[in-house]
Ligand binder design. Structure first.
Ligand SMILES: NC(=O)c1ccc[n+]([C@@H]2O[C@H](COP(=O)([O-])OP(=O)(O)OC[C@H]3O[C@@H](n4cnc5c(N)ncnc54)[C@H](O)[C@@H]3O)[C@@H](O)[C@H]2O)c1
Length: 350
């Protein structure tokens, strides 16, 4: 299966990439949220003659926007403004804009062209890559969606200059994850805190390459791609529990510590490797306070995870640092133990 090309470079080259597809679209749309409208849209429009006449669709920022109701309102806006099957949507924003915009485009009139221009680190290294789109149901994440590829993904790290630091750090969780599951040298590169910004383009391109390899191997996530879920079984439960107060990457960082603890208890990593993971995560992230009374609700969330089979919780574990294996069905007692382990770590971030 071939993937859409992911261009990495200055947004000033956007038009030449777009026109190289030699396609004619009847209507152009740019989907933004209120923040990317202010911080990112002017740069895109300054660089592009082609997009000058595009219609603008503007969302409220944040996870609450990723709903079927908002998708419905976007489908209606498209219809009202004469969109047809030859229309094109450009999704300019973080994972919320690309997930929702991709979902709307891949379902409107059974699918129209769309392009992702991710503007958060999380979007650039993860959400915009791999063809998953979707919306949330209530607070259960990504329950409705499609597998659909954009025409291409255009990544310019300069967009990250306006991104709040908390969002930037949140995106780093996925880079840490790629290092843990598949690339020890990427994990090591993250230890060099002083060069983090200087290394940003390398961190992004390495992450994109790693994610693409998993997607090519297993587009519909029946095997290898499940490795990308490391940290996410527990992380998603925490993210859902805190309903927007904890960012995606912050929850995944917690999940990676717990799931590394499980890997340690399953004798897949050593104690010193577990400590290395804990140290790395807390060099970026504050500790999230968990209380024992939350654990039942967290387990309930985990039981709803799409990867489970026969009612058993399914985990990806790390095998040393830089390798991983899928389909470990883990006893709930060990999951609770991992949450307790996390709770007892002293906050190491200084
Ligand atoms: N499809 C996938 O494979 C996949 C993978 C991982 C995550 N996701 C989804 O991605 C979403 C999270 O994405 P996110 O972390 O990018 O969140 P987000 O889209 O909510 O963006 C975070 C915040 O940053 C703002 N913002 C975006 N770019 C900016 C910029 N350049 N300057 C200033 N502000 C900017 C946004 O307006 C928002 O307030 C979740 O819904 C998650 O489920 C999808």
């Amino acid at each position: 299966m071939s993937l859409p090309i992911c261009y990495q470079g200055p947004i000033s080259d956007f038009d030449s990439v777009l026109t190289s597809f030699e396609k004619k679209w009847t209507n152009l749309y740019i989907l933004v949220d209120e923040n990317t409208k202010i911080d990112c849209l002017p740069r895109l429009l300054d660089s592009s003659k082609v997009l000058k006449e595009a219609n603008l669709l503007v969302l409220d920022p944040g996870e609450d926007t990723k709903t079927i109701e908002i998708a419905d309102s976007l489908w209606s806006s498209l219809l009202e403004t004469g969109a047809d099957r030859k229309s094109l949507i450009i999704n300019l924003g973080g994972g919320v804009v690309t997930d929702l915009g991709g979902f709307v485009a891949s379902t409107f009139k059974r699918g129209i062209d769309f392009i992702h221009i991710p503007t958060t680190l999380l979007g650039q290294v993860d959400a915009a890559i791999g063809g998953k789109t979707g919306v949330n149901l209530e607070y259960s994440k990504n329950q409705v969606g499609t597998f659909a590829h954009p025409l291409f993904v255009y990544t310019d790290s300069q967009f990250l200059k306006t991104l709040p630091e908390r969002e930037l750090i949140s995106g780093l969780a996925e880079v840490v994850k790629y290092g843990l599951i598949a690339d020890k040298s990427l994990f090591s590169l993250l230890k060099d805190k002083d060069s983090l910004i200087a290394n940003l383009d390398v961190l992004i391109s390495t992450s994109i390459k790693l994610k693409e390899e998993f997607v090519v191997a297993d587009f519909k996530e029946t095997g290898e791609r499940k490795k990308l879920n490391f940290g996410h079984t527990i992380g998603h439960a925490v993210e859902s529990y805190f309903m927007g107060d904890v960012l995606h990457g912050e929850a995944i960082a917690l999940g990676m510590i717990c799931e590394s603890y499980i890997s340690f208890q399953m004798e897949k990593i050593t104690e010193s490797e577990l400590n290395e993971v804990v140290e790395m995560i807390f060099s970026f992230f504050e500790k999230i306070e968990l209380e024992t009374k939350m654990f039942d609700s967290l387990l309930d969330e985990m039981r709803a995870d799409k990867k489970n089979e026969d009612g058993k919780l399914n985990f990806t574990l790390i095998i040393g640092i830089g390798e991983s294996e899928i389909n470990y069905f883990i006893d709930e007692k060990l999951v609770i133990e991992s949450l307790n382990f996390y709770s007892t770590i002293n906050n190491l971030k200084n």
